[in-house]
Design a protein around this ligand. Structure first.
Ligand code: NDP
Length: 284
């Protein structure tokens, strides 16, 4: 039976480190790190995420502000808002809460965020730095959190066969690149992959980021694998991962639960990206 990877506990440890770095930056450089979240419209899930980000910042001593804009905000107005935040010297991190209302070009607006303040790591400059392995870039939060969870098991990543299921820009592609940076041999699967069952069974590390409740069954998991379930799916009011937990836990050596696995890590890594942005900007 697999050991459960406790995302809450790992996130708490990372938050403790961020709190120390925040204190040091304030004491040594008189710089108070600040994150601004831009929230457009009133999507209930987005509101909850933004509230959790505000609470996370408060926990570690990072200042936070949410700019709330009505759902009829135009692309031009949103870009003007982003540019104002780019120019604000007291703002170190900018996060545009997605999704944006229809009619607003998400990519165009995201690309306006100054790469140095892009704590979500979605700007092409930061994506490029991830590919090149340049350490001063910003990597998307969820994939960074996944690496921390794997490392928390004490197992080596280097030399392992890793299978990532999903190829989104926010999870699948960046986690594949990070695993590669850690010297895993990486296979990326998607909806057109043939024989997914066979490929997924090769994974000594298996990352499921599909967005389909319990799509990965126990028989698709290699004996002794480390299984990271990124999925958040609401089924009859309950949260379900992309992995069928019980059958997968019988074969895996380590597994993340849903909730309480990857979820808590995403905010912890956002806080770490924000303190990193503040430290880099303060050192210029
Ligand atoms: P996307 O919908 O952007 O991407 C899903 C990926 O899964 C696509 O690459 C798609 O392939 C692939 N896919 C879909 N169906 C299959 C299938 N049957 N077999 C193999 N591959 C398949 O999702 P995200 O990456 O944004 O999110 C994935 C999940 O992770 C969601 O449940 C989301 O809620 C959750 N999530 C959780 C976070 C957290 O903090 N815990 C943060 C971000 C996401 P193709 O490219 O061919 O379409």
């Amino acid at each position: 039976m697999a050991e459960i990877i406790n995302g809450k506990a790992v996130a708490l440890k990372i938050k403790g480190e961020v709190a120390e770095r925040t204190k040091a930056l304030i004491n040594e450089k008189r710089v108070s790190p600040k994150l601004v979240v831009v929230l457009v419209g009133d999507d209930p899930a987005s509101k909850t995420y933004v509230r959790n980000k505000e609470l996370g910042c408060a926990e570690v001593g990072i200042l936070s502000k949410t700019v709330r804009l009505p759902s009829n905000t135009t692309e031009k107005e949103l870009i003007e808002q982003i540019r104002a935040l780019n120019n604000a010297r007291d703002v170190h991190g900018i996060l545009l809460q997605l999704p944006l209302p229809k009619g607003v070009n998400e990519v165009k607006v995201l690309n306006e965020i100054l790469p140095e303040k892009d704590v979500d790591g979605l700007h092409p400059v930061n994506m490029g730095k991830l590919i090149k392995g340049e350490a001063d870039g910003f990597t998307p939060c969820t994939p960074q959190g996944i690496i921390e969870l794997i490392l928390s098991t004490g197992q080596e990543i280097s030399g392992k066969e890793a299978v990532v299921i999903g190829r989104s820009n926010i999870v699948g592609k960046p986690i594949a690149l990070l695993l590669l940076q850690h010297n895993a041999t990486v296979t990326v699967c998607h909806s057109k992959t043939k024989g997914l069952e066979t490929v997924s069974r090769r994974g000594e590390i298996l990352v499921a980021a599909i967005g389909r409740a319990e799509a990965i069954k126990g028989e698709m998991v290699k004996e002794g694998a480390i299984v990271i379930d990124v999925g958040i799916n609401r089924v009859n009011g309950k949260l379900k991962g992309d992995v069928e937990y019980d059958s997968a836990a019988e074969r895996a050596s380590y597994i993340t639960p849903v909730p309480g696995g990857v979820g808590p890590m995403t905010i912890a890594m956002l806080l770490r990206n924000t303190i990193k942005a503040a430290e880099l900007l303060a050192s210029k």
